[in-house]
Ligand binder design. Structure first.
Ligand code: SF4
Ligand code: SF4
Length: 412
């Protein structure tokens, strides 16, 4: 997308956002709690000011054909240390939680607040990415759903997802063309175990696989990686919207986890809030799922709810942010360099693990994911290579250098 296209899209986002849903909460009982009770026993995590002064969700959007009204900011629990954090988010008005079987014991942590808080949350989980192959049976999928229900301490999930479609590391499109998947989901719906099903992706074939799912299945929800720096997703999102398929954005803070600008602080906001406002202006996104690790992050993210207009200062800082990361950030859904590598190194995955390591405080996860790659396909292969991947990247990212650095960081 060139600059002029981008400005047109941005304008249309704002125009559409005027008509977007301003919903009431889905029956949320938002109650003030003693802040000291929210600490989970860790004084470091006490909210610094009384709960009455805390930000609350200001906008609920219709989650496509599910009909749910969900908070425009939602809770990704990949880094959650304690269930009290999710309870605190519920008090701030968040009513959508995203988790996955792959996130260690995160389903179980959510399950600790059930059954008491079950009716306050739309719960979306993802089955293991490796479960989905051309040979996967209905029984295997049903068993995986049952395991997630048990881990979540509930008898239904609101949305069960295929984790990571569009990832060539996991196989080609044959893995999602397996009819057993959709028959198993239909059966689970009939049994009341799942209410809806969907698919998530930030992989190189994301657009291709989402298009296939939208054209060939009754998918209820898609969860694409998308943010200020990603490109080319609008057509598939508009196609999903035309079929009333829910759209949940992820990876929306891209590499902004550790970045801040003093000029934002003068306005009392952070660059992450400006990035969220930029995303919230896009009415075709129903909610933004954000990995949330601290009480302060809950407040920071919730404070952006309902806001879509960037101040000139915020826009200026986002421009700077974009320039800073333009040659650093590997875009979700891009496959530009993959065909250039003679060793079939999963470049996009390794750069993402590096991001988890450096910016998301998910060091253990990053190291484990990297260790799961065979040595014949990890970045040790880059040492003696001229690096054709670098010249293949349309964003001029110094791919080879970043891979060499990632190998050093992620090898223990
Ligand atoms: S530098 Fe590494 S990723 Fe790039 S082409 Fe060579 S082996 Fe492949
Ligand atoms: S390194 Fe560049 S070309 Fe390769 S996947 Fe990332 S953004 Fe695309």
């Amino acid at each position: 997308m060139n600059d002029s296209d981008k400005s047109i899209t941005r304008r249309s986002f704002f125009e559409k956002s005027v008509a977007c849903i301003v919903g009431a909460g889905a029956g949320l009982a938002v109650t003030a709690r003693d802040p000291l009770a929210q600490t989970g026993g860790n004084p470091q995590e006490q909210p610094p000011v009384p709960a009455a002064d805390k930000p609350n969700i200001k906008e609920y959007r219709r989650l496509g054909r599910t009909g749910w009204k969900v908070s425009d900011i939602s809770f990704g629990n990949a880094g959650m240390q304690t269930p009290e954090l999710l309870e605190y988010a519920i008090e701030r008005g968040i009513n959508y939680v995203d988790t996955a079987r792959q996130y260690y014991d995160m389903e179980k942590v959510i399950g600790q607040i059930f059954p008491a808080k079950r009716d306050k949350l739309f719960v979306a989980t993802k089955l293991e990415p490796e479960l989905f192959t051309p040979e996967t049976t209905m029984e295997q999928i049903t068993t995986a759903i049952d395991e997630s229900l048990q881990r979540l301490n509930t008898d239904y999930v609101d949305c069960c997802q295929i984790h990571s479609v569009g990832d060539p590391n996991l196989g080609d499109k044959a893995r999602i063309e397996n009819k057993n998947i959709y028959e198993a989901f239909a059966k689970a719906k009939q049994a009341g175990k799942i209410r809806f099903w969907g698919a998530s992706s930030h992989g190189p074939k994301m657009v291709e696989d989402f298009n296939w799912l939208i054209d060939n299945t009754d998918v209820d929800l898609i969860m694409p990686g998308m943010n200020y720096l990603s490109r080319g997703l609008e057509p598939v999102i508009e196609k999903a919207r035309a079929k009333d398929i829910a759209v949940v954005a992820m990876k929306s803070l891209s590499a902004a986890r550790k970045i801040d600008y003093s000029e934002f602080m003068q306005e009392g906001r952070t660059v992450r809030q400006a990035l969220l406002k930029w995303m919230l202006a896009y009415a075709n996104v129903d909610t933004i799922s954000l990995t949330t690790r601290t009480f302060e992050e809950v407040d920071e993210f919730v404070a952006a709810s309902g806001q879509k207009q960037l101040s000139p200062k915020e826009q200026k800082a986002l421009n700077k942010y974009g320039m800073l990361l333009d040659k650093e950030y590997c875009r979700p859904g891009c496959a530009g360099c993959l065909g250039s590598c003679p060793k079939n190194v999963p470049i996009h995955d390794i750069l993402r693990y590096s991001l988890y390591f450096n910016s998301y405080q998910r060091e253990k996860y990053a190291i484990e994911r990297y260790a799961s790659l065979p040595a014949s396909r990890n970045a040790s292969q880059c040492a003696g290579c001229a690096g054709p991947c670098t010249s293949s990247c349309p964003y001029n990212i110094p791919v080879r250098n970043k891979l060499v650095k990632a190998h050093i960081e992620l090898t223990v």
